[in-house]
Design a protein around this ligand. Structure first.
Ligand code: FES
Length: 347
């Protein structure tokens, strides 16, 4: 045909050694497949986030994208049902004189998956209104038995104070009540594979970390995070959440897309034993890199020290020492003051 652009991609004998490979010619990427004695070719760019399909793997007749596993038929380019209407561009191939040629003019157009944009992909804009404070409790706990949590109790104290005295809107998120995937480590494949919205938010409608993303990116001006100390670090739930926030930081690094603007973070750290400063150091470093601001004295902590293994006494201490609750209220005040400074032209 008139617009055909046949390109010699190499010796047939050599190309037959690979079931699937990515071939880049100028700006065009091709996924070249060799199966059952025949060559087929599709676009090498995945419909999802342009993952390099030729670097994925072949399972049956489907090419699996190496980034997040979307897959397409090696001959038709169609995705598997129920997404059959989505399709990759296909490319003709021919052998001549022991060489393989691929036609860069695709046989068909790319057809995207028929779904509306993800709610988290909407534009970030602060909704007018009073200062909003989201508390995130990272304490792990049995769902059925429950227990008193020193970090969560101080967080609730701070939130109640922010609501009643500082006239802030507040909400409390308990990570243990959310069902969410741990990070898939897509960044470790390729930084572009770590997407916003997070890939798990896009592909797993049951993933509930959207509640944290909504609060952090769209709703809150102040984030108060409370964690117990576990083996000298913040809790496993905290880290499970933090790793899933990589996609927020990555947007800045990769696309200059700042998702968190004019937001303040502060922390409540408690433990029967010591290491408050180390835990605070990690949290300050991480949330600083996410682009959050901190109030003066951005965290409060409580620990009775290395020798205090008597947890029941630790709980009793927190329950009866009102100065800890006063500190929690002051932390809320400092965070709200900082937020008002940042938002003075907005609120
Ligand atoms: S599945 Fe291919 S880029 Fe996400």
């Amino acid at each position: 045909m008139k617009n055909d652009r046949w390109v010699d991609v190499g010796p047939v004998k050599e190309l037959k050694k690979h079931k699937l490979r990515q071939i880049v010619i100028g700006k065009t990427s091709i996924a070249l497949i060799h199966k059952d004695g025949e060559f087929t070719a599709t676009s090498g760019e995945c419909n999802h986030e342009k993952g390099p399909l030729g670097k994925g793997h072949l399972k049956g007749d489907y090419i699996y994208c190496p980034w997040h596993g979307w897959h397409y038929h090696r001959k038709t380019g169609h995705a598997e049902p129920p997404y059959y209407t989505a399709c990759l561009p296909r490319h003709s191939v021919k052998e001549k004189g022991g060489r393989l040629f691929v036609n860069l003019r695709p046989e068909n157009r790319r057809v995207q998956f028929p779904h509306p944009p993800h709610p988290l992909s909407r534009k970030v804009a602060r909704r007018p209104g009073p200062i909003r404070m989201a508390g995130i409790s990272a304490t792990p706990m049995s769902k059925t038995l429950g227990r008193y949590s020193t970090s969560e109790n101080l967080l609730e104290t701070a939130l109640n104070h922010a609501k009643s005295k500082l006239k802030a809107e507040t909400k409390l998120i308990k990570l243990r009540e959310l069902k969410f995937n741990h990070c898939g480590g897509f960044y470790s494949i390729d930084e572009r594979a770590c997407t916003w919205p997070c890939t798990f938010s896009q592909i797993d409608e049951k993933d509930q970390l959207s509640e944290v993303y909504e609060a952090l990116v769209f709703w809150a001006d102040v984030i108060l995070i409370a964690t117990p100390i576990r083996w000298g670090s913040a809790s496993s739930l905290y880290y499970k959440m933090a790793e899933r926030l990589n996609c927020i930081e990555n947007q800045l690094a990769l696309h200059d897309n700042r998702l968190l603007k004019n937001k303040v973070a502060a922390f409540i750290i408690t433990g029967g034993q010591d290491n408050i400063q180390s835990v605070a150091g990690q949290m300050l470093s991480f949330f600083g890199q996410l682009g959050l601001f901190f109030p003066q004295e951005p965290y409060i902590g409580h620990s009775r020290g290395w020798a205090a293994e008597d947890m029941d006494n630790n709980i009793g201490y927190v329950k009866t020492h009102s100065e800890l609750r006063t500190e929690a209220k002051h932390l809320a005040e400092r965070a709200v003051t900082m937020s008002r400074l940042l938002l003075k032209d907005v609120v």
